[in-house]
Structures are given as structure tokens and as C-alpha cells.
Design a protein around this ligand. Structure first.
Ligand code: ADP
Ligand code: MG
Ligand code: MG
Length: 190
């Protein structure tokens, strides 16, 4: 993972979040409080500004700055969870190992399990694909399939869980943004 590649990944993720902001908000208005698009867009705008202001020396510093910025700038569940993902990625040498470490951080922090209708349902399949030696493009495909698989699920974590059975029938906003994170990775990481 070069610093340049990771920077390109984050830039592309910020762009995709911005493009899909209304879609993420619409999903969160169906089963949450209609702020996921705005939350992530604000967070990633702050990340790009922070990286611009003080260019990080290496990949680990870049990932740490990204995670810390998301934790501090994004309220709600997704800030600490995405923040933890990037902070934990900082200790690893390869993208598959980094994403796995980030995923484990998200599991530890949020206490969600696969099938709870959260970002975990997109992130887990992507990690599994990479650990099986598949490409980043294939991992992105696995994340998108994980996102789609959240539609019929009843939420057991986060705000959507307050809706009970009524949370079924909509894709999870966090799983949808995580699929964008992997799409950005497929477009920018080798
Ligand atoms: P909030 O729900 O606080 O308004 P966001 O709308 O930004 O925060 O993010 C909601 C997303 O966060 C959900 O769609 C879900 O994917 C994710 N999420 C919520 N709680 C958890 C959790 N405990 N573990 C993993 N992901 C979670
Ligand atoms: Mg919300
Ligand atoms: Mg909120």
C-alpha cells in the first residue's frame, strides 16, 4: 500500500460519497434518521482537507489521520465505526491484512454480527474475498452483494433496530457506503 495509492482511494471514496449523498440519505430516512449521506460527506470532506493541510509522511500516518478525523467530525454511529476501520488499518502492510484488521476493529467497537443489517455485512464478504486471494474488484463485488443481501434483513444494531420488522425491505445505509468504499478501492488500488 503506497501513500499515493491510499490517497487516491480516499479521494475517490470522498467523490463517490458526494455523488451518492442523496441516495445514502434516502436509505437512512427509510430506516434511520436521514443523516448518513450528510455525515459521511462532511467527514470525508474534512479528511481531504486535513490531508491537504499536513501531508502525512507515510501510509500509516495517512490512515491514522483519516480515522481520527472521522471520529472527531462525524457524529452518530458511522463516525466512530469508520474511524476505527481506518485507525486499525494503519498497523498492517498489505491491503487485505489492513482491511481485515479494520473489520475486526468495527466488530469490536460496534458489537454487530454478520446478518445484523449493518456495514459489517458488506465489509465481511470483502475481507473474505481478499483473504481467499481474490482481486480488489472481486472484493468490491462481494461487498455489493453483501449490501444487496441486507435488504430483506431485520436490523439488530443501530437506529434501524428500533424499527424492528419494519426495517426489512430497505438496504442498510452503512452497507451501501461500505460498498462504495470497496468500489473506490477497486478503481484505485492495484
Ligand atoms: P446514526 O445511525 O447514528 O445516525 P449514520 O446514519 O451515519 O449514524 O450511520 C448508520 C449506519 O451505521 C447503519 O446503516 C449501519 O450500517 C451502521 N451501524 C450502526 N450501528 C452499528 C453497529 N453497532 N455496528 C456496525 N455498524 C453499525
Ligand atoms: Mg443516521
Ligand atoms: Mg444520526
Amino acid at each position: 500500500m503506497s501513500t499515493e495509492e491510499l490517497q487516491a482511494w480516499l479521494r475517490r471514496f470522498a467523490e463517490l460519497v458526494h455523488e451518492h449523498k442523496d441516495e445514502l440519505t434516502a436509505l437512512d430516512s427509510a430506516i434511520g434518521d436521514a443523516d448518513h449521506g450528510a455525515n459521511l460527506d462532511r467527514g470525508m470532506t474534512a479528511v481531504l482537507a486535513a490531508l491537504e493541510e499536513a501531508p502525512p509522511a507515510d501510509a500509516a500516518a495517512l490512515l491514522k489521520k483519516t480515522g481520527a478525523t472521522l471520529v472527531s467530525k462525524v457524529g452518530g454511529a458511522s463516525g466512530p465505526l469508520y474511524g476505527t476501520l481506518f485507525l486499525r488499518m494503519a498497523g498492517a502492510d498489505t491491503f487485505p491484512a489492513a482491511l481485515r484488521a479494520g473489520y475486526e476493529g468495527v466488530l469490536a467497537r460496534g458489537k454487530a454480527e454478520p446478518g445484523d443489517k449493518t456495514m459489517v455485512d458488506a465489509l465481511g464478504p470483502a475481507c473474505d474475498a481478499l483473504d481467499a486471494g481474490r482481486s480488489v474488484a472481486e472484493a468490491a463485488q462481494a461487498a455489493a452483494e453483501g449490501r444487496d443481501a441486507t435488504v430483506p434483513l431485520v436490523a439488530r444494531k443501530g437506529r434501524a433496530s428500533y424499527l424492528g420488522e419494519r426495517s426489512a425491505g430497505h438496504a442498510d445505509p452503512g452497507a451501501t457506503s461500505t460498498a462504495l468504499l470497496l468500489q473506490a478501492a477497486a478503481e484505485t488500488l492495484s
